[in-house]
Design a protein around this ligand. Structure first.
Ligand code: F6P
Length: 533
């Protein structure tokens, strides 16, 4: 922990956000950063200009500038796997670099495919054009395309329906298939590794469904394409080589929506829209690379989260999109942030003593207000929040849009200002309550306030602005990893469960139970098998 920041944290405990606004008249302006169509107001935080300077100094000491250069120049920032993390190269304008040539060739392949689907030239086994696309994938091969296509619903192509299947629970597949016509359905099997059990099981069953509907083995290629960095396994699985869209080990799964994993996005909104998404992300990349730290949107957002996590003991962070179409954002950011930052050791393997990452959670507003906001306002945890809203209305119900935005601002303001005991008593008195009733009720109506939050407003929910927003969060995560000195690009923690799963599945299927296992697991397997009860 940094001594200067520790001292700042102590003095700030006795100050309040409201007082900070009084002390610094230009605070809102000073603590706002605009990049393209994204407006980031971080003024409702326990910070002063001196704290921002101290936080930026910490980032400098941790080598943020060379870490940013290392990310963009393809250094092996994924140290455990000795790989680059070049998702930024996916959205760079075309050049002659090795990566760019691969990226451009893949974009061209996507372009041709999307065109054939949109022009109704890609026909199913019975000669009818494909009109339904089903993405089978999980984690990074699902969440990115899902959040983007939901958010950009207004840009959808009329004659395409898009569905997602992720879960190993067969109900996910069965419920989708129920409404689909095999003759006009095409599956995208999206898996970087092409070894993910959930995806392969769903793909196998989808293939069987297609065969059962009368498609011949020879014509399966009209109904299955794949996206993978493992072309060999994908083609062994039975995907026609021509139908495999490549990705590379220098693109991490949770950073991959900008690669061919974004094919469902391109199908939904068209290639031009997809390129706009990439252009927006590139705009944020350039800002992240070149803006001074004090005015650098992702760096400042990361520093503020780090400030609360390490110096204020906040262990969670709420993501509150005030836009129905962005309701998948919390789930997308959970993977991006928690799979990247949920680590226990540094790059060189030493145990970390400060908290790593935050527990991200949230839902779309205004729905969340009628659910968990009570805890945000009166619970005892410190939970910094990101409110994310869109300025331009997205439906014909204009009045509802302004109501939505005012909900967003008023929640943010309520967290800031709260309600004192005196205010609560005065309010009850004006309602004409007896003094005993006032005294009984007032403590329950006190809202502590002084709770920090960011407001992010997008001018409009366009592909470009969404690209900027998602790249903002990617770089926030990377900056945090630099502050913590951890690898943001591996995910070894998910391996153990996958390993154990093999033996447990075998035990459930056969009754062949390892007697050395813990009693709880043994009892549960027996219970599931129905042999003991
Ligand atoms: O199990 C975690 C994970 O490896 C994620 O990192 C990844 O996004 C997801 O599984 C899916 O992996 P794949 O694209 O290789 O199927």
């Amino acid at each position: 922990m940094d001594k200067t920041l520790e001292n700042f944290a102590k003095t700030m405990q006795s100050n309040t956000l409201l007082r900070l606004f009084e002390q610094q008249p230009d605070r809102a302006q000073e603590f706002t950063i605009n990049v393209g169509g994204v407006h980031f107001d971080f003024s409702k935080n326990h910070i002063t200009p001196a704290i921002i300077t101290a936080l930026c100094n910490t980032a400098r000491e941790k080598g943020i500038s060379s870490a940013i250069n290392g990310l963009f120049s393809g250094e092996p920032v994924n140290t455990t796997e000795r790989r680059a993390a070049l998702h930024t190269a996916l959205r760079e304008p075309a050049s002659n670099s090795e990566q760019s040539l691969l990226v451009q060739a893949t974009l061209n392949k996507m372009d041709k495919f999307v065109e054939r689907i949109h022009q109704q030239q890609w026909l199913g086994f019975s000669g009818k054009p494909i009109t339904t696309i089903v993405n089978i994938g999980i984690g990074g091969s699902d969440l990115g395309p899902r959040v983007v296509t939901q958010a950009l619903f207004a840009f959808r192509k009329e004659n395409i329906t898009l569905q997602f299947i992720a879960n190993i629970d067969g109900a996910d597949l069965a419920d989708r298939l129920l409404h689909l016509d095999p003759e006009t359905t095409l599956f995208i099997v999206a898996s970087k590794s092409f070894t993910t059990a959930e995806t392969l099981s769903n793909a196998r069953n989808a293939r069987q469904w297609m065969l059962d509907a009368g498609c011949t083995h020879g014509l399966l290629k009209q109904h299955f394409v794949a996206i993978s960095s493992n072309i060999k396994i994908a083609s062994e699985f039975g995907i026609d080589k021509e139908n495999i869209f490549p990705m590379w080990d220098w693109v991490g799964g949770r950073y991959s929506l900008w690669s061919a994993i974004g094919l469902p996005i391109a199908l939904e909104i068209g290639m031009e829209g997809f390129r706009q998404l990439l252009a927006g992300a590139h705009g944020m990349d350039m800002h992240f690379k070149h803006a001074p730290l004090e005015k650098n949107m992702p760096v400042i957002a990361a520093l503020i989260s780090h400030w609360y996590s390490v110096y204020w003991g906040a262990s969670s962070h709420a993501i509150l999109p005030y836009a129905q179409r962005m309701k998948a954002l919390p789930a997308y950011l959970q993977q991006l942030d928690m799979e990247s930052l949920g680590k226990g050791v540094t790059h060189t393997g030493e145990a970390i003593t400060t908290p790593t990452g935050s527990i991200l959670w949230g839902t779309e507003g205004s729905n969340g207000q009628h659910s968990f906001h009570q805890l945000l306002h009166q619970g005892t945890h410190l939970i910094p929040c990101d409110f994310i809203a869109v300025k331009k209305t997205m439906s014909e119900y204009d009045a509802q849009h302004w109501y939505l935005l005012s909900c967003c601002l008023s929640q943010s303001q309520a967290l800031l200002q709260g309600k004192t005991l005196t205010q609560a008593k005065d309010e009850l008195a004006t309602q004409g309550l007896a003094q005993t009733e006032i005294d009984r009720l007032a403590p329950h109506k006190v809202i502590p306030g002084n709770r920090p939050n960011n407001i992010i407003i997008m001018d409009e929910l366009t592909p470009f602005n969404l690209g900027e927003l998602l790249a903002f969060y990617e770089h926030k995560v990377y900056t945090t990893s630099v502050l913590l000195n951890i690898n943001a690009f591996d995910q070894w923690g998910v391996e153990l469960g996958k390993q154990l799963n093999e033996d447990i599945l075998h035990a459930i299927n056969t009754g062949d139970i390892d007697k050395n296992w813990d009693d709880s697991t043994i009892q549960l397997i027996n219970y599931l098998r129905g042999t003991k009860y």
